[in-house]
Design a protein around this ligand. Structure first.
Ligand code: XMP
Length: 510
């Protein structure tokens, strides 16, 4: 299988670059520039290397660099933004501050030519975001595109197969970005597009079957996409040797606990232990008011419950985790073994003795995990679920948490979700839910004055959850939802819609 190395210099779109490569069925790995040597790159046999963007200027003293020997290593190279400037710098060019000529946003790319721009028009739109620029190409390079403000928007050294683009081909605003990346992969690196999800899945199931043969495996199942896909995949590999512990902390959405149990036990035949710990969590949370306190209590109690279950089960060899690629990259670990010996795992205390950890999804992006889920026959409503925070409704009930408030919020939230899904607006809304404020307000029902809660509806539209827009939901939908909640849920006297984007707001209220 051909592989591309994405060498990370700290740019915000780095994971996107790897995804764009994988979309074209070539496997891409991200490694921090300081975490891999040229010798390792050569030994690993990568078909090509991509230098990513980054926030630095190559002239800063401590700016991230890589050895210039990579230019002579015979491996095709594509530098993007900071990576382009670094390529030019390593090759001996002058890179300058584009004082009056920094560019940000959609820009017209002109006079595009050469192999990297095969089947790309001479003029098209690209996405720029830079202050430095390459003033003149270094020896051996020729200019292959420009913009009005940037004399070297792209350059190429066909002999050494080194290419650089000042703009970002990986973002969708660059009209022919996909084609440019495809040209690098297939015209320059001559990759074979054979990375397929089916193969990944077959290989991974086979590998887990071999490496986990005869071992007892334990997984904490939450019902979220990652742990669900991990569960089904491992079940295919080791069958009844997999035990899933599903801790129901009582702060899930309406009927969610039953749905998870039904799906995994009845439909897929998994060995699942459901622990109904709602009362226990509620008691621990009884005095908590602040969000971080709630999160801490829930995290700690979760571990306790899980530990008790593991101890009751007796002998367990392997702990399974639903770690996915962004978790690995963000934690900066980058180790690529799927099964490794246990030293310490986020959230699981050291004294818990598992000889091994297995993380079958650790090479996959979220959308790839969803694809694997579909291939495993997991129903669409499960695979394309919106994210739900670990602490659940605890961070959607402002202030004190009570059983009554949980029940009230579950009802209101279910109505909102039902109406939004009925209106088929899931494509627009990435995450949508209700929030129970701790404020009461006056209303009137029939002839009587009421004094019930103010309930907020929240819906956001986003790709990455790092920034988000409030969803422009139709008034009719909001009206229908509000009217149903006010009629069907006792003790709510007012419904409001949250129109805060992120930033400055966050998705959750707590
Ligand atoms: P915020 O509120 O930080 O949310 O804008 C971004 C995304 O993260 C989810 N979120 C959490 N997930 N534990 C989780 O597992 C948490 O404590 C938590 N807080 C927020 C949130 O639902 C959104 O998708």
């Amino acid at each position: 299988m051909d592989r591309i190395l994405v060498l990370d210099f700290g740019g915000q779109y780095n994971q996107l670059i790897a995804r764009r490569v994988r979309e074209q069925h070539v496997y891409a790995e991200i490694r921090l520039y300081s975490g891999i040597s040229l010798e390792e790159i050569v030994a690993a046999g990568y078909k090509g290397v991509i230098f990513t963007g980054g926030p630095n200027s190559v002239y800063e003293e401590n700016s991230p660099r890589f050895t210039e020997k990579i230019l002579e290593a015979g491996i095709p190279l594509l530098g993007i933004c900071y990576g382009a400037q670094l390529t030019a710098f390593l090759a001996g060019a002058h890179v300058g501050k584009a004082m009056d000529s920094s560019e940000y946003g959609k820009t017209v790319l002109r006079d595009a030519r050469g192999v990297l721009f095969t089947d790309v028009p001479e003029e098209s739109i690209c996405w720029m975001s830079h202050t430095d620029r390459i003033e003149a190409p270094p020896a051996g390079f020729e200019i292959t595109a420009r913009t009005d403000k940037c004399p070297v928007a792209a350059m190429a050294d066909d002999e050494r197969r080194i290419y650089a683009v000042q703009f970002h081909p990986e973002v969708t605003h660059t009209e022919f970005g996909r084609k440019i990346i495809s040209n690098f992969l297939f015209e320059i690196c001559h990759c074979v597009p054979d990375w397929r999800m089916e193969d990944f899945l077959e290989n991974m199931i086979g590998r887990c079957r071999r490496e986990l043969a005869g071992k007892k495996v334990l997984l904490a199942l939450s019902g979220g996409v990652d742990s669900s896909v991990t569960a089904i995949l491992l079940h295919r590999a080791v069958g009844d040797n997999l035990t899933c512990v599903f801790v129901d902390h009582g702060l899930l959405r309406k009927k969610e606990g039953d749905m998870v149990e039904e799906m995994f036990r009845d439909r897929f035949g998994l060995n699942i232990i459901r622990v109904n710990a709602g009362e226990r969590f509620l008691e621990k949370l009884s005095r908590a008011r602040k969000p971080e306190r709630k999160r801490k209590i829930i995290g700690r109690e979760f571990i306790r419950v899980f530990e008790e279950q593991a101890a009751a089960l007796g002998h367990i060899d392997v702990l399974a985790q639903g770690t996915i690629y962004p978790d690995v990259v963000e934690s900066g670990k980058g180790e690529s073994a799927v099964i490794k010996s246990h030293h310490n795992v986020g959230g699981i205390p050291k004294h818990m003795k598992f000889k091994e950890i297995v993380e079958p999804l650790r090479d996959l992006f979220k959308d790839e995990v969803r694809e694997v889920g579909r291939k495993l026959g997991i129903p669409e409503e499960m695979v394309s679920r919106q994210p739900f925070p670990g602490p659940g409704l605890a961070v959607r009930i402002i202030g004190k948490i009570t059983a009554e408030k949980i029940a009230l919020l579950q009802e209101a939230d279910a109505i909102f979700r039902e109406e939004l899904e009925k209106a088929d607006l899931r494509g627009q809304a990435s995450q949508y839910f209700a929030v129970l404020t701790d404020m009461r307000s006056v209303g009137v029902k029939g002839d009587a004055r009421t004094y019930g809660y103010v309930l907020a509806l929240r819906s956001v539209t986003t790709d990455d959850f790092m920034t988000a827009e409030w969803t422009r939901l139709p008034y009719e939908l909001l009206e229908k939802t509000a009217s149903r909640i006010l009629n069907e849920v006792a003790d709510v006297s007012r419904v409001v819609y949250d129109i805060t984007s992120k930033p400055p707001g966050t998705v959750e209220w707590e």
